[in-house]
Design a protein around this ligand. Structure first.
Ligand code: TXA
Ligand code: MG
Length: 383
């Protein structure tokens, strides 16, 4: 059964965000670590909590129906068509940013990533936050370079003692609410910025976060990212493949997105080594899987296996049998990587998934998870 936070929990989370605090929340792709996108100190706290480099831009999440014109300028007609077709949903669009967006959000670039998520808890939170007119800056709620979280428990596993328990979160929200009221009575004109400023200083100092539990993220891998900021010169560019595919996009805007070239903007999710568990990950063709496992076992090596074909031998050790459709596989991928990592395996062997288009997002994440581990199986077999 998926958890459903009530109105009070949603309201408390919105108050915390308004006060400059960090709130991890579910989206349909992965859990995000959110902060008020218009509060530079709150956004800085995200970077500090994640241990993420300061120059990596974060996506701004908005409620359904919110005005992207508030955040972006020179918005092409394609962006409105795509928003109409896929929002709320797992598509992020990179657009020219407006001046009031803090540099911390855009990583100093002249663009901003915009996304309207479809998870009901994300929608409720974004609709409550600043009366539905705000934006929540949120990267995935994991430490930098780690596997993205697809459950609230994954977020707790990532951030440990930094996570506020239910009573602490309620107390922090009550405190933030009282502070906002006091500020409003003292100086109504400055109430908004005053309360936010005070809260964000505390957030940065204490680095705690609240977690809204909305069950498992249904898509399971991060949103598709499409760069529309240089349409005239570069066309639409697919910066990160995801559940919404290139053909889905082409069907709406009449043009197939290009793949990024050397001039494409930096994106942390596009670093080669990303989404990596602690144990090295190696891809292995299905045909060679049983034999490779047997040889590793003969060498006394502890390997865990993620497979989608029938593999009776896998039952002897730690293994995860995945669905054989791309959507089902993506849904379970990050949980499987985490679970196999927790078995204490020295190596996670992953059966190479099918290579057709529907699997682009899954193969992209697996390739990155396996980056830097090439030759690891041979090394283990020789030693
Ligand atoms: O599904 C998702 O997109 C999740 C959920 C929480 O919404 N978020 C997510 O955020 O994956 P993050 O920060 O882990 O990955 C966002 C990616 C990064 O690679 C970042 O560099 C890129 O989006 N990005 C954000 N703004 C950008 C911009 N203005 N230009 C280019 N890339 C940008
Ligand atoms: Mg991430």
């Amino acid at each position: 059964m998926d958890a459903v936070p009530g109105q009070a929990a949603i309201r408390a989370a919105a108050v915390l965000l308004e006060a400059g605090k960090l709130v991890a929340f579910p989206t349909e792709t992965v859990y995000g670590l959110g902060a008020d996108a218009e509060n530079p100190q709150a956004v800085a706290a995200i970077y500090a909590a994640k241990g993420r480099p300061q120059d990596h831009p974060v996506i701004v999440h908005i409620a359904p129906g919110a005005d992207i014109g508030y955040w972006c300028s020179d918005i092409p007609a394609e962006a409105y068509k795509l928003a109409e077709a896929f929002w709320p949903g797992p598509l992020t669009m990179i657009l020219k940013r407006n001046a009031h967006i803090p540099d911390a959000v855009s990583g100093g670039q002249d663009t901003v990533g915009m996304r309207c998520p479809s998870h009901p808890v994300a929608i409720a939170l974004l609709s409550a936050f600043k009366g539905g007119k705000g934006g929540v800056a949120a990267p995935s709620a994991n430490k930098f370079g780690n596997v993205s979280p697809t459950t609230a428990q994954h977020v707790r596993d990532e951030f440990g003692a930094m996570v506020l328990d239910e009573a602490e979160a309620a107390e922090a929200a009550a405190h933030a609410y009282a502070a906002a009221i006091t500020a409003r009575m003292a100086d109504p004109a400055e109430a908004e910025t005053g309360a936010a400023g005070a809260g964000s200083a505390q957030a940065a100092a204490a680095l705690r976060l609240a977690v809204l539990d909305g069950g498992s993220s249904q898509v399971g891998i991060e949103s598709t990212i499409l760069d529309l900021s240089r349409l005239a010169t570069h066309g639409p560019v697919l910066l990160r493949p995801g559940h919404i595919g290139a053909q889905d996009i082409a069907d709406v805007i009449g043009a197939m997105p290009n793949l990024p070239d050397q001039t494409a903007p930096r994106a942390s999710g596009t670093l080669e080594s990303h989404y990596a568990p602690k144990a090295p990950v190696a891809l292995c063709d299905g045909a060679a899987l049983a034999d490779t496992l047997a040889r590793l076992a003969a060498k006394g090596r502890k390997a865990a296996v993620i497979h989608y074909s029938a593999l009776p031998q896998a039952k002897a050790g730690a293994h995860q049998h995945m669905p054989s459709d791309a959507a089902g596989y993506a849904f379970g991928l990050y949980a499987a990587l985490r679970a196999m990592d927790q078995t204490g395996a020295e190596l996670i062997l992953v059966e190479t998934p099918p290579q057709h288009d529907a699997w682009l997002g899954v193969n992209d994440r697996l390739r990155r998870a396996a980056f830097g581990s090439s030759g690891i199986v041979e090394t283990f077999l020789q030693s």
